[in-house]
Structures are given as structure tokens and as C-alpha cells.
Design a binder for this molecule. Structure first.
Ligand code: DAH
Length: 340
């Protein structure tokens, strides 16, 4: 009688252990069968009503069933754990030998590349690399560069003015002035940076572009020195001898002033849209520093002389990489940038 009940409890508990779908279901089965008020506990209470030899036999049976169910529960629980581990491994498994997907190495912006190359050349020649503010005073941008009060470059049509009389620097030349204020002659400096003009934007005009200023002040500096450095610069940039021509150019801060043109590298001088069919590209305005410019910044022009240049970095980058629309440079367009 008791034996039958025991074996029914065991059979039904085993079936439910097998059918359990979660650790919670399994725990419910354990409580119902083996818990303090469970089926086996009920049966064990009836043992006291049995005759002594029967009681010993039934007690053994009860213990055997109890142990068998405990083992079945432990085995099922172990399987749950293994299944969970396998599922996790399946989800997290990675093949370390596969190439990583979608990782692109970054690259330097074409302007940064050219700027760094030129900085390397000039620092190797003893030039300091200077920085200046983008919001400048009228004094540094115009007055100290010997620009007459009525010069058209001061117009709001060309220069971005602030209400307080400051402006967005229209060239990197004010850094010459700042260099002369802080360095004693003889001095050599370059100043790369962003400049701003009130321009109508199109494929060849931007309101924001880059220049690289250079200045050398020493004793008895001549046009020959200027040309020597300019040719060194161009050879360094283009990796070969480039044909240049000098034209007179007017800038209030140099005398004599020049426009240095190079043979167009896009068409080789035959004429194309970049050089406006002339075969030449204006690239490097320069000259000997106007004595007033030295004097205004406290350098005696009787003792010192110098040369200066203002390289159009943006135009140079366009020439070197064959970029035909200036707007691409600041577009942040990855299709453009990934080509470098
Ligand atoms: N600052 C001039 C400009 O933006 C360029 C320039 C011309 C700079 C002659 C110079 C120079 O240093 O000597 O148009």
C-alpha cells in the first residue's frame, strides 16, 4: 500500500522533473515532492502507524526514493546550467582570426599634411612656428603693416568686422607683427593659420581659407636671399624644380613686393581652367619688409632688413592634389576626405 504510493510519487515527480522548462519550475517540483510539507513528508508521517519491521522496510524505501529524486533534480539542474552556458557561448563567440569589419584607418586632412611638411622644412632651417589670434585688432591686421587708413582692404566688403572694432584676420601677416613684438632680431618665423574674407563663396572662393606666413629679419637681407628660400620651399613642396616667375606686386608691408607665380602643374603651362588659360598660377606673394613695418614694431631699419612671404596654403593643396572645388576642403564630406 505504502509502496504503491511511494512509487506513484516517484514516477510523477520524475516526469515533472523531465518536463521542467526552467530552474523555477524545477524548484516547484522539488518543494512539492521533497519539501517540508511535500508528498514524501506526508508519507513519512504515516510511518509511525506501521508495525516495527514494516516500518524499517518502508523507511528504507522512502529514503531510496528521496535520494533518487534528489539526484534526478541535481542532474536536471546541471543540464539547465550547461544549456545556459552553451547559449551564452553561441551568442558571444568570436573568431579572432577574422579580419575586423569596417575599421578604417584615419588620415590627415590634405591641408594638415602640407602644413606639417612646410613646418618641418622651416624648423630645420631655424624658423620658429608662431600662432596668432583669429580675432585680431585693427592695429595688427592693418596699421602695424603700414596699410593706409583709406586702403580698400579695410572695407567691410572685404573684412569681417566686429562691433567693438576688432576683426577676423584677413591674412596671417599680423603674426609678423606679433613675432616682431616678442622676438629680437635676427629672427626667423613662420605662421600657418586660418584667415577670413567677406567673399561670395563659389568653386574658387571661400570666406575661410589657409595661409602660411613667413618672415626673416637679419642684416643686409636681399631679394637673392628671398628667392633662395622661396625656391627651396617650392622644391620641398613639389619634390622637383618648378619654373617660377616674379612679377612686381603691391602690398603695403613690402618694398619691393612681388607676385611669385609657378608654372601651372595641372596643365603643365599649356593653359587650363585652374590657371585661367594663362599657364601660370599665382602662389606666393612676397617681398622685402617695408622699413616702416620694422620701425613700427621697434626694429631699427638702418640696422636690420628682412623678407616676408604669404603662401596660399589652400590654393597650394588644391594644386598639389588636383582639387577643383575649394568648398570640398571644409565640407567635412567623408567621400572627399577618404581619398587622402
Ligand atoms: N598678406 C598678403 C595677402 O593676404 C599676402 C602677402 C604678401 C604676405 C606679401 C606677405 C608678403 O608676407 O610679403 O594678400
Amino acid at each position: 500500500m505504502l509502496e504503491t504510493t511511494l512509487s506513484q510519487v516517484e514516477t510523477s515527480a520524475r516526469a515533472r522533473i523531465e518536463a521542467a522548462r526552467s530552474a523555477e519550475e524545477l524548484e516547484a517540483v522539488r518543494i512539492e515532492a521533497l519539501g517540508r510539507k511535500g508528498a514524501l513528508a506526508q508519507i513519512s508521517k504515516q510511518l509511525g502507524t506501521l508495525a516495527p519491521e514494516e516500518r524499517a522496510h518502508a523507511g528504507k524505501l522512502l529514503n531510496a526514493v528521496k535520494q533518487a529524486l534528489e539526484e534526478a533534480l541535481a542532474a536536471r539542474k546541471a543540464r539547465f546550467e550547461e544549456e545556459a552556458l552553451r547559449a551564452r557561448l553561441d551568442a558571444e563567440w568570436i573568431d579572432l582570426t577574422l579580419p575586423a569589419p569596417g575599421v578604417r584607418p584615419g588620415s590627415l586632412h590634405p591641408l594638415t599634411r602640407i602644413q606639417t611638411e612646410i613646418e618641418d622644412l622651416f624648423t630645420s632651417l631655424g624658423f620658429a612656428v608662431l600662432d596668432g589670434p583669429e580675432v585680431e585688432t585693427e592695429y595688427h591686421n592693418f596699421d602695424a603693416l603700414n596699410t593706409p587708413p583709406d586702403h580698400p582692404a579695410r572695407d567691410a566688403q572685404d573684412t569681417f568686422w566686429f562691433a567693438d572694432g576688432n576683426l577676423l584676420r584677413a591674412h596671417t601677416s599680423p603674426v609678423q607683427v606679433r613675432g616682431m613684438e616678442t622676438l629680437k632680431p635676427p629672427l626667423r618665423m613662420i605662421a600657418p593659420g586660418r584667415v577670413f574674407r567677406n567673399e561670395e563663396v563659389d568653386a574658387s572662393h571661400e570666406h575661410t581659407f589657409y595661409q602660411l606666413e613667413g618672415m626673416l629679419v637679419d642684416r643686409e637681407v636681399s631679394v637673392a636671399h628671398l628667392l633662395y628660400f622661396m625656391k627651396l620651399l617650392l622644391r620641398h613642396i613639389f619634390g622637383r624644380e618648378v619654373t617660377v616667375r616674379l612679377r612686381p606686386g603691391y602690398f603695403p608691408f613690402v618694398e619691393p613686393g612681388f607676385e611669385l607665380d609657378i608654372h601651372c602643374l595641372i596643365c603643365g603651362g599649356a593653359g587650363c581652367p585652374v590657371c585661367k588659360q594663362s599657364g601660370w598660377v599665382e602662389l606666393l606673394p612676397c617681398g622685402l619688409v617695408q622699413p616702416n613695418v620694422l620701425r613700427i614694431s621697434g626694429i631699427d631699419p638702418e640696422e636690420w632688413s628682412g623678407f616676408a612671404f604669404g603662401l596660399g596654403l589652400t590654393r597650394l593643396a588644391m594644386m598639389r592634389y588636383g582639387i577643383d572645388d575649394i568648398r570640398l576642403l571644409q565640407s567635412g564630406d567623408l567621400r572627399f576626405l577618404r581619398q587622402f
